[in-house]
Design a protein around this ligand. Structure first.
Ligand SMILES: [Zn+2]
Ligand SMILES: [Zn+2]
Length: 620
């Protein structure tokens, strides 16, 4: 352990890590185990990296086979799939390449190069650095005896530019005092590099060298490099370590392991026995528990997901799966929207209330997602079978009635009541659940997909009365255009009635809509469903940290009336002029077909449906 002298008042003095500049401020400080120390302005010459890089090209580190091979070894533990690709299976590993890489020193065990992350730490890195543009990062803390990091602190006030990340020294030193008091030690720094820069830079080596000079007891300083999905491509942690070599501090490839969580949460369901579907210890699961899938299991924060790992390998980063798996959709009308329900099940949405009085008819074969063997069956039952065929542990409740046939008590239960329970258990004793907890939906969206105006109007008032986000879609005559409207409490201001005021007025004066799906190409329905699905994803992810979807609803803002045209001459065919207005001045050499306009909406003063809500929201 380090010697302890003087008062602890260290500062990580450091700047321009990738540029090889060293603005280290000198502070006299106690050399604690956690490097709450001062650094010389430049490291001793012998310890300097051999190549200073500009942070972008890094020629000495990447353009040779030795580096590539050791890097491949480092990645092997993260993903068997990746390691089996030709590009990364060629490496001979340690013992080759330049001296900065890959040599194992006498007395050093391979285990000393294994960085272990607890699932919460892994999830934390994934959710922060993994979604942020390079460069961001922070220190890893934990137990040095087994290199297990149980602490990660995003250094949100550190100085990050596209080319370098420099810690906020004062904040780090305060943090280390806390860690010291808890017996936790600095294990390394995890930070992101721009896409393609997969290894520590010369600046990183300088920084590691400074720290290791100041903390003689520190044998290994892990420097995992994150490739963030905010920079395109897949999230990845590439493990590296700075170790003490015969010629000074060297960067070597390391291994990364995700350790089993102490406890986790899975769903109770009729179709699965209690306990983990795939034990985290013991027999190997049939599908490799990649860190991302393990993270899904480990997130014991009320958003549990227990599904089929193999079914999500292609979407593991596309959505926040635990969030979708605990979300609920109430479908009013499942005729045209049946394909949408099915596709949301593919995205792992697991709770559905399906409300529709109709049965499948022969004419539906042409314009809806239906097949001949279903003729005469209730549409809600057909849609339920679709969903359960894709996600067997979904909860689907069917009501062969119109929305007006659902009484208030039933609707309240659909809107809010937990339908499923989450089992909290100890993975070491999977037969002994610790507790059962009601699983409250992460979101419930009321969806109006009926072609009945009164039903759609009732959907609007129900959504307002129950404070539910609401998503509606309608088709225009001949399927030449579609309309999608959405409301989300706290985000949008206009209700559906506000948005569709002329339609309400027309119905008030005796208008009757005779538009049915007759004449609508199936492709119009598919088109409308696809965009409706995107809006649903934005609504379901609202408030999450997901890099693509977390802020999408905010991006949409008050543009809550969307119109899609599937006819370039909508003005003459349907008398709809909005596209011509929005696209006035556009290139006349081209035509526009299949585009969507997102129209900003404001509430109608005195709207019979939402005026009370407007008043409430206007009050502070
Ligand atoms: Zn770096
Ligand atoms: Zn309104």
């Amino acid at each position: 352990m380090a010697s302890h002298v003087g008062r602890r008042q260290g500062v990580f003095g450091h700047g321009g890590r990738h540029g090889g500049r060293h603005g280290g401020r000198v502070n006299n400080a106690e050399a604690t185990d956690n490097a709450s120390v001062g650094f010389p302005a430049t490291p001793p010459a012998a310890l300097r990296p051999r190549v200073e890089s500009d942070g972008l090209a890094e020629p000495a580190y990447g353009q040779n086979s030795g580096a590539a091979s050791t890097e491949a070894r480092g990645r092997a533990r993260l993903s068997r799939r990746r390691a089996s690709t030709p590009a990364s299976s060629t490496g001979a590993g340690h013992g080759r390449g330049p001296s900065l890489f890959g040599r194992r020193h006498r007395g050093e065990t391979s285990d000393s190069r294994v960085l272990r992350l607890t699932p919460p730490v892994y999830a934390d890195i994934r959710a922060t650095v993994g979604h942020a543009p390079a460069e961001s990062g922070g220190p890893l803390g934990g137990d040095r005896s087994n290199n297990t990091a149980s602490l990660f602190e995003l250094d949100s006030t550190g100085r990050a530019t596209a080319a370098s990340y420099s810690p906020d020294h004062q904040k780090l030193n305060r943090l280390f005092e806390t860690w010291n008091a808890e017996g936790k030690r600095l294990l390394g720094f995890c930070h992101s590099h721009p896409r393609g820069l997969r290894h520590p830079s010369g600046g990183d080596l300088s920084y590691a060298t400074e720290i290791m000079v100041m903390i003689p007891s520190l044998q290994t300083l892990f420097l995992p490099i994150v490739q963030s999905d905010a920079d395109g491509g897949q999230f990845e942690i590439v493990p590296w370590a700075a170790v003490r070599g015969t010629n000074g501090i060297e960067i070597v490839s390391a291994e990364l392991q995700i350790v089993a969580p102490e406890r986790t949460t899975v769903l109770a369901g009729d179709s699965f026995p209690l306990g983990p579907a795939f034990p985290l210890r013991g027999p190997r699961p049939p599908v490799e528990m990649t860190p991302r899938i393990l993270e899904l299991y480990a997130r014991g924060n009320g958003r549990p997901w227990r599904g089929d790992p193999e079914a999500v390998v292609r979407i593991v980063d596309a959505y926040d799966i635990p969030r979708l798996a605990s979300a609920r959709l109430i479908f009013v009308g499942v005729g045209g929207a049946r394909g949408l329900a099915q596709d949301l099940a593919r995205a792992q949405v697991m709770e559905y209330a399906l409300i529709d009085p109709d049965v499948v008819s022969t004419s539906n074969l042409a314009t809806q997602f239906a097949s001949r063997r279903e003729i005469g069956r209730a549409k809600v039952e057909c849609a339920r079978d679709d969903i359960l065929d894709i996600v067997p542990d979904a909860e689907v409740r069917t009501f062969k009635t119109g929305i007006e046939g659902i009484d208030a008590e039933t609707f309240e239960a659909l809107a809010r009541s937990p339908w499923r329970q989450a089992v909290v258990y100890d993975p070491n004793q999977p037969d002994d659940p610790l507790s059962l907890e009601p699983l409250v939906p992460s979101a419930t969206i009321l969806c109006g997909f009926s072609d009945s105006f009164p039903a759609q109007a009732l959907v609007n008032t129900l959504a307002i009365a129950h404070g539910l986000p609401c998503l509606c879609a309608q088709m225009y005559r001949d399927g030449r255009a579609a309309e999608i409207t959405f409301t989300y409490p706290g985000v949008t201001r206009a209700c559906h009635r506000c948005m569709l005021e002329p339609r309400y007025k027309a119905y008030d004066t005796g208008y009757h809509n005779d538009v049915t799906s007759a004449g609508a190409p199936i492709f119009s329905t598919q088109r409308a469903n696809a965009l409706t699905g995107f809006v649903a994803l934005a609504m379901l992810h609202h408030g999450s940290t997901h890099s693509r979807w977390g802020n999408m609803l905010g991006r949409m803002g008050q543009r809550s009336l969307i119109q899609v045209r599937m006819d370039p001459d909508l003005a003459s065919s349907l008398g709809m002029h909005v596209f011509d207005r929005v696209l006035a001045g556009a290139d006349q050499e081209r035509i526009f077909f299949d585009e969507a306009v997102w129209l900003p909406q404001e509430p109608t003063p005195g709207c019979p449906d939402c005026a009370d809500q407007q008043i409430r929201e206007a009050q502070p």
